[in-house]
Write a protein that binds this ligand. Sequence first.
Ligand code: HPA
Length: 238
Amino acid sequence: MSTPHIHAPEGAFAESILLPGDPLRARFIAETFLEDPVQVNSVRNMFGYTGTYRGTPVSTMGTGMGVPSAAIYVTELIRSYGVRRLVRVGTCGGISTDVKMREAILAVGASTDSLTNRTRYNGWDYAATANFELLRAAAEAAAGLGIKTHVGNLHTSDLFYNSYQNALDVWQRMGILAVEMETAGLYAIAAEERAQALSIVTVSDHLVTGEETSSDERERTFGNMVRIALEAIHSLSG
Ligand code: HPA
Protein backbone atom coordinates (compact mmCIF):
# COMPACT_ATOMS: atom_id res chain seq x y z
CA MET A 1 0.00 0.00 0.00
CA SER A 2 1.08 3.60 -0.15
CA THR A 3 0.00 7.13 0.61
CA PRO A 4 1.17 10.15 -1.38
CA HIS A 5 4.29 10.46 0.81
CA ILE A 6 4.89 7.02 2.34
CA HIS A 7 5.45 3.80 0.42
CA ALA A 8 5.35 0.93 2.89
CA PRO A 9 3.35 -2.27 3.25
CA GLU A 10 0.27 -2.34 5.44
CA GLY A 11 1.32 -3.00 9.03
CA ALA A 12 4.84 -1.70 8.37
CA PHE A 13 4.66 0.82 11.21
CA ALA A 14 4.30 0.06 14.90
CA GLU A 15 1.55 1.64 16.99
CA SER A 16 4.18 3.88 18.60
CA ILE A 17 6.59 6.12 16.71
CA LEU A 18 9.47 8.50 17.44
CA LEU A 19 9.49 11.51 15.15
CA PRO A 20 12.69 13.51 14.70
CA GLY A 21 12.70 16.26 12.07
CA ASP A 22 15.79 14.88 10.36
CA PRO A 23 15.44 11.51 8.58
CA LEU A 24 19.10 10.74 9.33
CA ARG A 25 18.26 11.05 13.01
CA ALA A 26 15.53 8.47 12.45
CA ARG A 27 18.22 6.21 10.99
CA PHE A 28 20.46 6.93 14.00
CA ILE A 29 17.62 6.08 16.42
CA ALA A 30 16.86 2.85 14.57
CA GLU A 31 20.48 1.73 14.40
CA THR A 32 21.42 2.79 17.92
CA PHE A 33 18.35 2.11 20.04
CA LEU A 34 16.10 -0.42 18.28
CA GLU A 35 16.55 -4.16 17.96
CA ASP A 36 16.18 -5.67 14.49
CA PRO A 37 15.31 -2.40 12.72
CA VAL A 38 13.89 -2.70 9.22
CA GLN A 39 13.69 0.28 6.88
CA VAL A 40 10.07 0.74 5.85
CA ASN A 41 10.04 4.07 3.99
CA SER A 42 12.38 6.04 1.76
CA VAL A 43 10.05 8.27 -0.27
CA ARG A 44 11.78 11.68 -0.60
CA ASN A 45 14.54 10.22 1.60
CA MET A 46 12.18 10.54 4.56
CA PHE A 47 13.57 7.36 6.09
CA GLY A 48 11.31 5.32 8.33
CA TYR A 49 12.17 2.22 10.36
CA THR A 50 10.42 -0.32 12.55
CA GLY A 51 12.08 -2.45 15.21
CA THR A 52 11.60 -3.28 18.87
CA TYR A 53 12.68 -1.70 22.14
CA ARG A 54 12.78 -4.13 25.09
CA GLY A 55 10.31 -6.27 23.14
CA THR A 56 7.91 -3.43 22.32
CA PRO A 57 7.41 -2.68 18.60
CA VAL A 58 8.48 0.90 17.85
CA SER A 59 8.88 2.86 14.61
CA THR A 60 10.79 6.02 13.86
CA MET A 61 10.59 8.35 10.87
CA GLY A 62 11.62 11.89 9.97
CA THR A 63 8.97 14.59 9.60
CA GLY A 64 10.94 17.34 7.86
CA MET A 65 10.91 20.83 9.32
CA GLY A 66 7.86 22.92 10.10
CA VAL A 67 4.18 22.22 10.69
CA PRO A 68 3.14 21.72 7.04
CA SER A 69 5.76 19.02 6.41
CA ALA A 70 5.22 17.29 9.76
CA ALA A 71 1.44 17.43 9.30
CA ILE A 72 1.60 15.47 6.06
CA TYR A 73 3.58 12.61 7.58
CA VAL A 74 1.70 12.56 10.88
CA THR A 75 -1.70 12.50 9.18
CA GLU A 76 -0.73 9.69 6.81
CA LEU A 77 0.89 7.65 9.60
CA ILE A 78 -2.24 7.87 11.74
CA ARG A 79 -4.91 7.50 9.07
CA SER A 80 -3.30 4.92 6.80
CA TYR A 81 -0.76 3.08 8.94
CA GLY A 82 -2.56 2.81 12.28
CA VAL A 83 -0.02 4.81 14.31
CA ARG A 84 -1.61 5.79 17.63
CA ARG A 85 1.20 7.11 19.85
CA LEU A 86 3.55 9.76 18.50
CA VAL A 87 6.54 11.26 20.25
CA ARG A 88 8.40 14.08 18.57
CA VAL A 89 12.08 14.13 19.53
CA GLY A 90 13.57 17.39 18.32
CA THR A 91 15.59 20.45 19.12
CA CYS A 92 14.52 23.92 20.17
CA GLY A 93 15.82 27.39 20.84
CA GLY A 94 15.77 28.33 24.52
CA ILE A 95 13.62 31.33 25.50
CA SER A 96 13.39 31.13 29.28
CA THR A 97 16.63 31.64 31.18
CA ASP A 98 15.48 28.76 33.43
CA VAL A 99 16.19 26.32 30.62
CA LYS A 100 19.84 25.67 29.91
CA MET A 101 21.62 24.39 26.85
CA ARG A 102 21.26 20.61 26.28
CA GLU A 103 18.38 20.27 28.76
CA ALA A 104 15.20 18.50 27.72
CA ILE A 105 11.67 19.93 27.78
CA LEU A 106 8.44 17.91 27.91
CA ALA A 107 5.92 20.11 26.11
CA VAL A 108 2.61 20.35 27.98
CA GLY A 109 1.35 22.65 25.26
CA ALA A 110 2.42 24.69 22.28
CA SER A 111 1.37 28.21 21.37
CA THR A 112 1.89 29.16 17.75
CA ASP A 113 2.05 31.80 15.03
CA SER A 114 1.17 29.11 12.48
CA LEU A 115 -2.32 29.52 11.03
CA THR A 116 -2.81 25.79 10.46
CA ASN A 117 -4.56 25.20 13.77
CA ARG A 118 -6.88 28.15 13.21
CA THR A 119 -7.69 26.72 9.80
CA ARG A 120 -8.39 23.38 11.45
CA TYR A 121 -10.40 24.99 14.27
CA ASN A 122 -12.82 27.31 12.49
CA GLY A 123 -10.70 30.44 12.93
CA TRP A 124 -10.63 30.10 16.71
CA ASP A 125 -7.62 29.59 19.03
CA TYR A 126 -7.08 25.89 19.67
CA ALA A 127 -5.31 24.87 22.91
CA ALA A 128 -2.72 22.44 21.54
CA THR A 129 -1.81 20.13 24.41
CA ALA A 130 0.08 16.90 24.97
CA ASN A 131 -1.64 13.64 25.82
CA PHE A 132 -1.54 13.45 29.62
CA GLU A 133 -0.91 9.71 29.87
CA LEU A 134 2.08 9.99 27.56
CA LEU A 135 3.34 13.14 29.27
CA ARG A 136 3.13 11.49 32.68
CA ALA A 137 4.86 8.37 31.38
CA ALA A 138 7.67 10.50 29.95
CA ALA A 139 8.07 12.47 33.19
CA GLU A 140 8.27 9.20 35.14
CA ALA A 141 10.68 7.70 32.62
CA ALA A 142 12.96 10.74 32.83
CA ALA A 143 12.92 10.57 36.64
CA GLY A 144 13.73 6.85 36.49
CA LEU A 145 16.64 7.52 34.13
CA GLY A 146 17.88 10.40 36.28
CA ILE A 147 17.50 12.88 33.39
CA LYS A 148 16.46 16.40 34.34
CA THR A 149 13.53 17.76 32.34
CA HIS A 150 11.50 20.95 32.27
CA VAL A 151 7.75 20.70 31.76
CA GLY A 152 5.97 23.63 30.11
CA ASN A 153 4.84 25.51 27.06
CA LEU A 154 6.61 25.86 23.71
CA HIS A 155 6.10 28.32 20.89
CA THR A 156 5.75 26.66 17.49
CA SER A 157 6.88 29.06 14.79
CA ASP A 158 6.48 28.97 11.03
CA LEU A 159 9.56 31.13 10.57
CA PHE A 160 13.03 30.08 11.64
CA TYR A 161 14.39 33.33 10.21
CA ASN A 162 11.87 35.87 11.43
CA SER A 163 11.68 39.62 11.73
CA TYR A 164 9.07 39.63 14.48
CA GLN A 165 9.08 42.74 16.65
CA ASN A 166 9.37 42.01 20.39
CA ALA A 167 8.88 38.27 19.97
CA LEU A 168 11.35 37.39 22.68
CA ASP A 169 9.70 39.82 25.14
CA VAL A 170 6.24 38.42 24.45
CA TRP A 171 7.39 34.81 24.70
CA GLN A 172 9.21 35.46 27.97
CA ARG A 173 6.29 37.40 29.43
CA MET A 174 3.96 34.49 28.68
CA GLY A 175 6.28 31.90 30.18
CA ILE A 176 7.24 30.17 26.95
CA LEU A 177 10.22 27.90 27.57
CA ALA A 178 11.50 27.48 24.02
CA VAL A 179 10.74 27.88 20.32
CA GLU A 180 10.60 25.15 17.70
CA MET A 181 8.58 24.47 14.57
CA GLU A 182 6.28 21.43 14.76
CA THR A 183 4.61 20.74 18.11
CA ALA A 184 1.39 22.80 17.88
CA GLY A 185 0.56 21.11 14.59
CA LEU A 186 1.34 17.63 15.89
CA TYR A 187 -0.88 18.10 18.96
CA ALA A 188 -3.86 19.37 16.96
CA ILE A 189 -3.71 16.54 14.45
CA ALA A 190 -3.41 13.96 17.22
CA ALA A 191 -6.45 15.47 18.95
CA GLU A 192 -8.50 15.41 15.77
CA GLU A 193 -7.48 11.80 15.06
CA ARG A 194 -7.84 10.64 18.70
CA ALA A 195 -4.19 9.64 18.86
CA GLN A 196 -1.69 10.31 21.66
CA ALA A 197 1.09 12.84 21.08
CA LEU A 198 3.97 14.35 23.01
CA SER A 199 6.95 16.52 22.08
CA ILE A 200 10.26 16.16 23.85
CA VAL A 201 12.76 18.78 22.76
CA THR A 202 16.37 19.49 23.68
CA VAL A 203 17.75 23.02 23.83
CA SER A 204 20.22 23.21 20.92
CA ASP A 205 20.66 26.98 20.96
CA HIS A 206 19.60 29.78 23.28
CA LEU A 207 17.99 32.95 22.02
CA VAL A 208 18.89 34.92 25.16
CA THR A 209 22.49 33.84 25.71
CA GLY A 210 23.33 33.26 22.02
CA GLU A 211 24.89 29.88 22.85
CA GLU A 212 24.87 27.15 20.19
CA THR A 213 25.72 23.45 20.17
CA SER A 214 27.97 21.70 17.68
CA SER A 215 26.48 18.88 15.62
CA ASP A 216 28.61 16.42 17.64
CA GLU A 217 27.11 17.66 20.87
CA ARG A 218 23.59 17.54 19.44
CA GLU A 219 24.11 13.88 18.65
CA ARG A 220 25.20 13.12 22.22
CA THR A 221 22.42 14.99 24.01
CA PHE A 222 19.87 13.71 21.53
CA GLY A 223 20.18 10.26 23.14
CA ASN A 224 18.59 11.44 26.39
CA MET A 225 15.34 12.41 24.68
CA VAL A 226 15.24 9.16 22.78
CA ARG A 227 15.72 7.13 25.98
CA ILE A 228 12.91 9.03 27.70
CA ALA A 229 10.60 8.51 24.71
CA LEU A 230 11.37 4.81 24.37
CA GLU A 231 10.98 4.11 28.09
CA ALA A 232 7.66 6.00 28.15
CA ILE A 233 6.38 4.03 25.15
CA HIS A 234 7.57 0.76 26.67
CA SER A 235 5.84 1.51 29.98
CA LEU A 236 2.52 2.22 28.23
CA SER A 237 2.72 -0.83 26.01
CA GLY A 238 3.37 -3.32 28.79
N1 HPA B 1 13.96 28.56 16.30
C1 HPA B 1 13.09 27.70 15.79
N2 HPA B 1 13.27 26.40 15.81
C2 HPA B 1 14.37 25.91 16.38
C3 HPA B 1 15.32 26.76 16.93
C4 HPA B 1 15.09 28.15 16.90
O1 HPA B 1 15.92 28.95 17.37
N3 HPA B 1 16.32 25.98 17.41
C5 HPA B 1 15.98 24.71 17.15
N4 HPA B 1 14.80 24.66 16.53
